[in-house]
Design a protein around this ligand. Structure first.
Ligand code: ATP
Length: 265
């Protein structure tokens, strides 16, 4: 049996003001899986990720980390097990990469404890794994969007958590940087991390996810293997896009080809 951390939610509800955004979500995120959450705009994907990470208050149900209510964990204990990269993460102006990644060590350090050799090696290993070691002395502002995203992932890795929650980690990146970030996630997953990411691109989701979670209007419509879920009928039902689905010639995974309007019927 795996000793890695497990995250799950039972009957999870969340609101934004009077609007119920999550309507009773049951989800289990198996240790070592690469779960991708997809669904139409405004269906509640980010709210789900934020609620799982305790960045958004739930209004019912529970989130369990290793079988215990996550709300019972002290923030630093929780942060050792679960790292989250929300959309639009912000850093202090002028901060250099090494210092930002070092912030990932906060849950492992007490207030007056000096920086230790273990902190240094965890920080360097995180930068190495994320491929940003050569950027250590650069300011965050001086980096491209893709480089920045990898630095944020390095910070999350420095936290040493088993579980990484990533909200649209490829947004605003060109194709090459999208692939870079997804390959990094895949490599981290192969190295044992549990990855949960919100993505919009169904073909990328199909290629990288070991499990797909499909949301609609605050509920989970389906979850399972991408190859089981991504049928033309299901995609049309959820996204209103007539398409054909073929096997990706490189991976054998589903490859969604939207039909041109003239061919839609
Ligand atoms: N801070 C907020 N205040 C009020 N309503 C919000 C807030 N954040 C999200 N919402 C609303 O909650 C619903 C779900 O939003 P959420 O961002 O979780 O969806 P999403 O599936 O991640 O969307 P997208 O694909 O567009 O990023 C939407 O109707 C949105 O307008």
């Amino acid at each position: 049996m795996s000793t890695k951390s497990r995250l799950e939610a039972q009957a999870l509800r969340a609101h934004h003001g009077p609007h119920e955004v999550l309507k009773g979500i049951d989800i289990a995120l198996p240790a070592g899986s690469f779960t991708v959450i997809v669904g139409p705009n405004a269906c509640g994907k980010s709210t789900l990720l934020r609620s799982l990470a305790q960045l958004h208050p739930s209004s019912g149900g529970s989130v369990l980390l290793d079988g215990h209510p996550i709300a019972h964990y002290r923030p630093r204990d929780r942060a050792r097990l679960l790292a989250v990269l929300p959309q639009g993460a912000e850093a202090p102006e002028g901060i250099i990469v090494a210092n930002l990644v070092a912030r990932g060590r906060h849950p492992h350090r007490s207030l007056f404890q000096p920086w230790t050799a273990a902190d240094q090696s965890a920080m360097e290993a995180a930068m190495e794994a994320a491929g940003v070691s050569q950027l250590a002395e650069r300011t965050l502002e001086s980096l491209s969007g893709g480089q920045r995203q990898k630095v944020w992932i390095a910070m999350a890795l420095a936290q040493g958590a088993d579980i990484l929650l990533l909200d649209e980690p490829t947004t605003f990146l060109d194709l090459s940087h999208q692939i870079d970030v997804l390959e990094l996630c895949s490599a981290l997953n192969c190295a044992g991390k549990t990855i949960v990411a919100v993505l919009h691109d169904l073909n990328q989701a199909a290629r990288y996810a070991s499990r797909l979670v499909v949301m609609r209007a605050g509920e989970i419509l389906a979850q399972g293997l991408p190859e089981d879920l991504l049928t033309p009928g299901f995609i049309d039902e959820v996204f209103h896009v007539p398409c054909i689905v073929i096997a990706d010639p490189l991976t054998g995974k589903p490859l969604i080809v939207p039909k041109r309007a003239a061919l839609a019927n």
